[in-house]
Write a protein that binds this ligand. Structure first.
Ligand SMILES: Nc1ncnc2c1ncn2[C@@H]1O[C@H](COP(=O)(O)OP(=O)(O)OP(=O)(O)O)[C@@H](O)[C@H]1O
Length: 238
């Protein structure tokens, strides 16, 4: 995970490194204690399991990596781009183009249907739209079927669905259009064992096919063996 590979003659437009985090520190309020994060590097196509006690900063780290919280200290490069050298608008577009984020609270758009939530990234990003296999609607349908969302739910508003169904819709939205990096915050917390296993299988098979890197946060340590690497946060503060 920490060793870097030269991009060499690889024909991909991206470097071999998906995430480089160096010297990261973040404070939620000025003058308050700073959360410090270990340096790490994640190569393209590699999967990292992130764990640590409640309050150790896992969700905060994901928000920093997603370009949604500016670090007080340190640098973050995602797919070769220094995130915080980008302006806010360019950073939002970079996220739409290259990242699928599954938030702990899902962050679905409540007034949109299931299908419209899943296809949203392809409306925000031409790159994600172009990456979609067949049509955007076909890829969304394939993801929803693979995650066992019944077809008669696809035109319903997401708020009418169960919490476990909503979590799978958030997962489908993150996966559509083959982003280079998936950031998943407790993405199986509301799922039963069958749905959890189905989601993990889909996530890791799509990640393998598209050389997607995955950073997966979970308290369920039994899942760690599915991932190439593990990183523990201990909640160190400065
Ligand atoms: N919006 C916020 N405003 C102020 N402090 C926050 C906010 N979100 C998190 N914190 C604080 O930052 C620290 C890290 O929180 P964070 O949610 O990143 O931890 P976590 O490891 O993801 O926890 P959990 O496993 O419970 O989800 C905690 O002390 C928390 O109280």
């Amino acid at each position: 995970m920490t060793s870097k590979t030269d991009s060499g003659s690889n024909s991909s437009p991206f470097p071999e490194t998906a995430i480089e985090a160096h010297g990261l520190g973040f404070s939620w309020h000025p003058g308050q204690e700073t959360l410090s994060f270990p340096d790490f590097t994640l190569n393209r196509g590699e999967h990292l399991f992130l764990h640590g006690p409640s309050g150790s900063g896992k969700s905060t780290l994901l928000s920093l990596l997603a370009g949604m919280l500016r670090p007080g200290n340190g640098t973050i490069r995602v797919l070769g781009t220094d995130l915080y050298q980008l302006g806010a608008g360019a950073r939002d577009q970079f996220r739409a183009d290259h990242m699928g984020v599954i938030f702990q609270q899902f962050n679905l758009v409540p007034y949109l249907t299931t299908l419209a939530n899943v296809t949203l990234p392809c409306h925000l990003s031409a790159l994600r739209r172009d990456n979609a296999e067949l049509t955007v609607a076909d890829e969304a349908a394939g993801l929803l079927r693979a995650l066992a969302i019944p077809e008669d739910h696809w035109q319903r508003k997401v708020t009418k669905l169960s919490i476990g169904q909503q979590q799978r819709i958030a997962a489908a939205r993150a996966l559509i259009g083959a982003p280079g990096l998936i950031l998943a915050d407790e993405p199986t917390s509301a799922l039963d064992t069958d749905n959890r296993d189905r989601f993990l299988e889909l996530l890791l098979s799509l990640a393998h096919r598209h050389k997607t890197s995955v950073l997966f946060v979970s308290h369920d340590r039994s899942l760690a063996s599915h991932f190439h690497h593990q990183l523990e946060l201990r909640g160190s503060r400065g």
